[in-house]
Ligand binder design. Structure first.
Ligand code: GAL
Length: 811
């Protein structure tokens, strides 16, 4: 794939924006404030929650009263609290317990654990006197969950949902030219989903400084009319706010708004300035819109995700506000007969569902890891991502734009009241300019109502609301099955063909657009071929027939079904990566799901190669199981090959088991008796041998080979493979692996700061892995050891100076 746009992380984009505008008088500035927070556990019992709320006058009684106690009070002493950097998940290092929540991966969080379910955060924030004429706001991209926020002891409000962005205007509470105290309380006692959700400030936090008269945040919508005859049109609409105090003398100056559009190479392709009439002070807003007519545009597509930058500059004669929106232009439609149509051509959605946690870091995923995850999925042909079941982390969406991955974004809580509609509106207003988003999902498997008249009435209203909020995109609901398709979604989402009468619905409702919102992957534990369920590991269900289902390879059942029906837009496997929680059908000590095509770290399972065979044009020959089946000598083994060759021939320990034709979307298998040695697969196309792959019984692991799988903004994802003395990958090696880093600098320049490396997380893909030992506070150790699992381990480190680290086998 050729990228025409270099991914610019959100933080950097905003810094660039700030610099572009810093020569002007009062300008907009966005500052990331993830650094230097302090953290401590509180409690669900107010008496044990640093006394918060037990005061005679608490924070709800009086604003910033001197009677206030607890962590939101300015003079509270937090010197014993841990120093943390966001994104931060306070659940990730908690112990596991058999009686804890199965859906959340047996972590000791939730109503049974009042002492480890509430997290408090505090941060000091100096703000200059020169900012005193600006409007200053705080934006939290996501706090899990039921959060309350204070500045200088003033209670700003709260947000029950752990997935909604929240923004607070803090201007009147600020000490200009002084210190300011931010305090946040997050209460993860209640679960919002049925999967691991973490706890705390797990997404970025921003401080925005804007002139008092500014472009209203999240108000801008960019839409595109392709050229029917002539030039394409880009329509931009939005609102401006005047937050000057009403006693401020009225402005006499003219307001102007300039929109400039630059193409992926940074070349300006259109610009327009419009005059705005001065709007009165004190909270007024007015709407504007304009059209740009670039002479040509490159459409955003999955193979060429062309991203344009729209720069908006508001000048009121005194100050300048600016906003930069990275967007793209594409035509998207769903058709009842042709499925999903992108820029005029049918594109099958080859999708995965994803939750938002990763090995070692939990829900507090650094941007580097989010981008790594998407890039890994793309290697296997994934072109679509369903954000199940919540609004996304902004940086994930931006990376989908850059990488050409189509997105179904979901706001799950079903209802039509202010709270529900407010959540939906927050998601749509924030994310509608992302070209990757093709569908808004307003619900998933609402068993109580999805097939009755209440469900129909709720979704009918939600559909109108979604259309009003964004007239350019259809909406969907993912349903779990049922007799009649009463859900009035623009595009029907079927969770599992075994549960939904998809063909019947096609006959009854031929005008219905549809796709598979979930489909089973049939995966198990990476590298496990014999069930070991009591230890939390299981062989892939794809290799095990069951009584209900004669089809052995479930992953192919799903893809064949959707591939053979052009009227279906495609499907989303459950899931792309393993996640913590729902280790179904297993229970403790398994704590992580095994549905992923890739494990919790992103190491591929065999099924990833099934998809690679049929979802990419790359030649594939993948033989499994591996040939280190010690203890199974003399047993009959099914050798499988995932491949997209016309024919495959298999040679086991020198014996030719024959050549077999490969059916479209199929796989091949041969029976043999296990004996250590070598298996070779030969791939043929048009009768000619074009590819050979082999697996062989290896010696024991003697070395750990690190691969810097992805690095970004000082964060490195290091994937480790264990090899034997001949350099062969050892697929069953579980040796301890140690990462060590000193404070040495990779340079003789003594003015450089020390390396400052921190371990952010470590994992190995084992669903029963218990995590790395990390002290909660105090000195950070300079080495950590974890067991590898089936040949792999992963370390995620913050290494701002790219200093060398040592990774070695420890036994
Ligand atoms: C589906 C549900 C998913 C996940 C999955 C596990 O029914 O929508 O969120 O729970 O089952 O099999």
């Amino acid at each position: 794939m050729q990228l025409t746009h270099t991914y610019i992380p959100t933080m950097k984009r905003y810094l660039i924006l700030a610099c572009l505008t810093c020569a002007l008088s009062a300008t907009a500035e966005r500052i990331n404030i993830d650094d230097n927070w302090r953290f401590a556990f509180g409690n669900t019992d107010p008496a044990k929650d640093f006394g918060t709320g037990t005061e005679y006058f608490n924070y709800l009684t009086k604003a910033a009263s001197i009677h206030n106690a607890g962590p939101y009070a300015v003079n509270f002493n937090d010197s014993a609290w841990a120093e943390v950097q966001l994104p931060h998940d306070f659940v990730v290092d908690l112990p596991f317990a058999r009686e804890a929540s199965h859906s959340h991966g047996y972590k000791t969080v939730g109503y049974k654990y009042p002492a480890t379910s509430v997290g408090w955060y505090r941060k000091h924030l100096p703000i200059n006197a020169s900012d005193s004429l600006k409007r200053i706001s705080l934006t939290f991209d996501g706090i899990f969950r039921d959060s309350r926020v204070w500045v200088n002891g003033f209670y700003l409000g709260g947000e029950p949902s752990g997935y909604a962005q929240q923004t607070y205007d803090i201007t009147p509470y600020i000490n200009f030219d002084g210190d300011n105290l931010l305090a946040v309380r997050a209460d993860a006692t209640l679960e919002e989903g049925w999967f691991y959700e973490g706890g705390g400030i797990y997404r970025h936090v921003w401080l925005d400084k804007r002139p008092a008269r500014h472009i209203t945040p999240n108000s801008v919508a960019v839409t595109y009319n392709p050229a029917s005859a002539g030039t394409p049109t880009v329509n931009v609409s939005g609102r401006v706010s005047n937050k000057l105090h009403s006693s401020t003398p009225a402005a006499t100056e003219e307001w102007s708004l300039t929109a400039s559009l630059t193409d992926p190479s940074g070349y300006q392709v259109a610009e327009k300035t419009i005059a705005l009439t001065d709007i009165p002070a004190a909270e007024s807003e007015s709407a504007w819109n304009l059209s740009l007519s670039p002479s040509s545009l490159t459409e955003w597509d999955i193979d060429n995700p062309a991203l344009y930058t729209l720069r908006l500059t508001l000048n009121d004669g005194r100050d300048t506000d600016s906003e930069e929106i990275v967007t793209g232009f594409r035509r998207v439609e769903f058709d009842p007969d042709r499925g999903f149509i992108l820029n005029g051509r049918p594109v099958k959605l080859k999708g995965v569902n994803m939750h938002q946690d990763h090995a070692g870091v939990g829900a507090g995923i650094p941007d580097a890891v989010n981008i790594y995850r998407l890039k890994e999925l793309k290697k296997y042909g994934v072109n679509a991502y369903r954000a199940s079941h919540n609004p996304m982390t902004p940086e994930v969406l931006a990376a989908c734009d850059s990488l050409g991955i189509l997105v179904v974004e979901e706001n799950r809580l079903l209802g039509i009241n202010d709270y529900h509609v407010g959540q939906l509106a927050k998601m749509i207003d924030r994310d509608r300019n992302h070209p990757s988003v093709i569908l808004w999902s307003v619900g998933n498997e609402e068993w109580g109502v999805e097939w009755n008249d209440k469900g129909e009435r709720i979704v009918r209203e939600l559909r109108d609301i979604a259309h009003r909020l964004d007239p350019t995109r259809p909406m969907t609901v993912a349903t779990s099955g049922g007799p009649t398709p009463v859900i009035p979604a623009d595009v029907a989402g079927y969770n599992y063909i075994l549960q939904n009468p998809v063909e019947q619905h096609r006959r009854d409702y031929p005008q219905r657009c549809a796709y598979g919102s979930e489909e089973t992957s049939g995966c198990g534990t990476r590298g496990i071929y014999f069930d070991d369920r009591e230890n939390g590991r299981m062989a892939s269900l794809n290799r095990i027939p069951d009584s209900k289902d004669s089809c052995i390879n479930r992953i192919s059942r799903g893809w064949k079904f959707y591939d053979e029906r052009p009227w279906l837009a495609g499907l989303f496997y459950w899931t792309g990566f393993d996640y913590r929680g729902e280790p179904n059908p297993l229970e403790y000590p398994a704590t992580g799901s095994e549905f992923g095509l890739l494990d919790y770290c992103g190491f591929p399972k065999d099924e990833a190669f099934y998809l690679k065979s049929w979802w990419t044009g790359e030649p594939v020959l993948h033989i499994f199981p591996h040939w280190n089946l010690s203890g199974h000598e003399g047993e009959e083994i099914d050798l499988w090959v995932y491949s997209n060759m016309d024919e495959v021939e298999l040679i086991v320990n020198g014996k030719n088991l024959g050549r077999k034709p490969m059916a479209r979307n199929g796989h091949l298998s041969w029976k043999t008796v296990y004996k250590p040695g070598r298996v070779e697969a030969r791939g043929y196309r048009n009768g000619k041998r074009v590819m050979t792959e082999q697996i062989e019984t290896t010696g024991k692991a003697v070395r750990a080979i690190p691969e810097y799988a992805y690095s970004h903004d000082g964060v490195q994802v290091i994937n480790v493979s264990l090899v034997d003395s001949k350099g062969r990958f050892v697929p069953d090696a579980c040796n301890p692996v140690t990462i060590s880093f000193g404070e040495q600098n990779n340079s003789t320049d003594e003015t450089l700061t020390p390396c400052g490396i921190r371990l952010l997380g470590a994992g190995n893909g084992d669903p029963a892995f218990r995590g790395v030992e990390r002290p909660a506070t105090g000195t950070t150790p300079s080495s950590f050891t974890i067991p590898a699992f089936n040949g792999h381990a992963q370390f995620i480190i913050s290494n701002p100076h790219a200093c060398p680290v040592k990774i070695e086998l420890t036994d």
